[in-house]
Design a protein around this ligand. Sequence first.
Ligand code: ZN
Length: 132
Amino acid sequence: VIIVHDFPPNFAEIAEKFDVVGKPIIFAFGNRIFNPENIDVVPALIAHEKVHGERQGSDVRGWWRKYIADTEFRLAEEIPAHIAEYKIDVARVTDRNRRAVLAHRIAVRLASPLYGSLIKPTAALKLIREAA
Ligand SMILES: [Zn+2]
């Protein structure tokens, strides 16, 4: 994965749908991660974006269009990405309570309006715990 300090090629399309301008957000685009705000891209985030990049396959722009337009597709793509992110984060943590906090944080994000509120936090938590 190559991290590029720039906007992704389809940033205008993304910004039409999501509130991303000036936000500390990174974007998977094939084997590259675009990081326009130059945020600290920690290993867990790389793992997350790598899942997106791999699933984008040869039609990256097509994947993005579907991701922007289709909330269920978006959630389905975010579940494995968040699980990959959680696995990296939780590997460094041995304390039970800290692990629970991490799992809860990821679950709340998956259940958020950004991904259409299509899953309840408790169901998301169950998915994460079962996968990790
Ligand atoms: Zn994601």
